[in-house]
Structures are given as structure tokens and as C-alpha cells.
Design a protein around this ligand. Structure first.
Ligand code: AMP
Length: 233
């Protein structure tokens, strides 16, 4: 299964991506996580993207496209994957189409998680993520609290509010999201790849609805990695 997840910050994209990874045995490709890792390691690219990310602005298309192309052209390229946060603009979608065509890796579906801006702001108000760049798991004090307040369940490091999760930053990121996403979705709708799924339901229900949408496209696929296509649909 090769999927793109589209949704504003706070739509639960990361949570659904994790579930899809487990269910279909996919590689999760998260460009935000790749940039945070580059920043933490202090690489040249990390230093370049750091001020943009801190202001909630998008990293320029050529930089993001290069990072993704490098991954897909490497020997350890993912064959089955869920894209979490890429492509985010029409130009990125066009570049990604060309890359996947060259690599003979056609997309199966684009899952569009839908939620209003006000609901996003409510949700993100409670988000805290693991301070360790190697982990980066996110919790929500209202909807998905960690077992011990302020501590990551996965690795025990402290949880922090990411600079790009502060309300002012969120409003800016939502503005950017709307500015870019219409053209992106239109591009994929023309290819009949888009499934709209409401992101306001509980995470389990959202996941079930995603599976239903994928099942409609590929009957038998929703059963997951154990049965579909010899374990790797
Ligand atoms: P995320 O973790 O996906 O919310 O991304 C965090 C930040 O990384 C975004 O606010 C952008 O600054 C940057 N970023 C991640 N993915 C992309 C992308 N596909 N295009 C441009 N900027 C991105």
C-alpha cells in the first residue's frame, strides 16, 4: 500500500499514519520529523530550515523535494509507505508524481483528513511532544494523555510544547495549509485518488473509516499486511 495523508496540523495525521504503518507494515515518511532531526543534528540543511519551521512557514519546495528524492533514490528506499506531511503543495505533488513514476511506485490513495480550523486550535492547545528527536512521539493532555504527566510513554524523556505548536504559530500554519492544499487536492482528485475522511471522530473511528475507504478501492486490502498481497500490498 502506498498512501499520502493530507490534513491540517492537529488533524491527527501522525496518529493515523502510525496506525496505518502497523496495520499494513508500511514505512512512515514524515518530512517534519526529517527536518527536526536535521535541526537537532545541526546539519547545514537543518540550520537552513530552522528559522522557517520556528515561524510556522513552509520549507521551500526544492529543499523538501530534494530530501524526499534522496530517500526514494537510495538503496533502502521504501516500497510501501505512508507519506505524513509530504507533499504539501501542488509543486511538491507534481515533483513526487514524477519521482514515483521513475521509481515504478504508483500511489494507491490520498487520504484527506477534514476538520475545521477552530477544532484544530482546540486540539493543538493540548499537544505535547517528546523532546528527544529520535523519538518525537506526540500526546495530547485532553485526548491522548501520557501515563505519567509530562513524560514520554515510549522513551521516558520529558514532553515539551513544540515551538511550531504554539497558538500564534498554529494560526499561521493553518493559513499556509489552506493556501496550498486546494490545488494539491485538486491535482489528486483529477487522478481519482482522494478519499475524504472526517477527522473530528475519535481516532479508532477515523481509522476504521480510512480502512473502509481503502477497502472500496482495493477489495480485501483492509485486512492488512498479514493477508493482502503476500504481506506487502
Ligand atoms: P510537521 O511535523 O509535518 O507538522 O512539519 C513541521 C514543519 O516542518 C512545518 O511547519 C514546515 O515548516 C516543515 N515541513 C514539513 N514538511 C514540509 C513540506 N512537505 N513542505 C514544506 N515544509 C514542510
Amino acid at each position: 500500500m502506498r498512501l499520502v495523508l493530507v490534513g491540517p496540523p492537529g488533524s491527527g495525521k501522525g496518529t493515523q499514519a502510525e496506525r496505518l504503518v502497523r496495520h499494513f507494515d508500511l514505512t512512515q515518511v514524515g518530512t517534519g520529523a526529517m527536518f527536526r532531526d536535521a535541526m537537532a543534528r545541526g546539519t547545514k540543511m537543518g540550520l537552513e530550515v530552522s528559522p522557517l519551521m520556528k515561524q510556522g512557514l513552509l520549507v521551500p519546495d526544492p529543499i523538501v523535494n530534494d530530501v524526499v528524492a534522496e530517500l526514494f533514490r537510495s538503496k533502502s528506499r521504501p516500497e510501501c509507505f505512508v507519506m505524513d506531511g509530504y507533499p504539501r503543495t501542488y509543486a511538491q505533488a507534481v515533483a513526487f508524481d514524477a519521482l514515483l513514476k521513475l521509481e515504478y511506485l504508483p500511489l494507491d490513495a490520498v487520504i484527506n483528513l477534514t476538520i475545521s480550523d477552530d477544532d484544530v486550535v482546540k486540539r493543538i492547545g493540548g499537544r505535547m511532544c517528546c523532546a528527544s528527536p529520535a523519538c518525537g512521539v506526540c500526546f495530547n493532555v485532553y485526548h491522548r494523555p501520557p501515563e505519567v504527566p509530562g513524560v514520554c510513554d515510549a522513551c521516558g524523556e520529558p514532553l515539551v510544547i513544540r515551538e511550531d505548536d504554539k497558538e500564534e504559530t498554529i494560526r499561521r500554519r493553518l493559513g499556509e495549509f489552506h493556501k496550498n492544499t486546494d490545488a494539491l487536492l485538486e491535482h489528486y482528485r483529477r487522478q481519482h485518488l482522494v478519499d475524504d475522511v472526517s477527522a473530528t471522530d475519535p481516532a479508532d473511528v477515523i481509522f476504521r473509516n480510512i480502512l473502509k475507504a481503502l477497502e472500496r478501492r482495493h477489495p480485501g486490502a483492509a485486512a492488512g499486511a498479514a493477508t493482502a498481497n503476500g504481506g506487502k500490498r
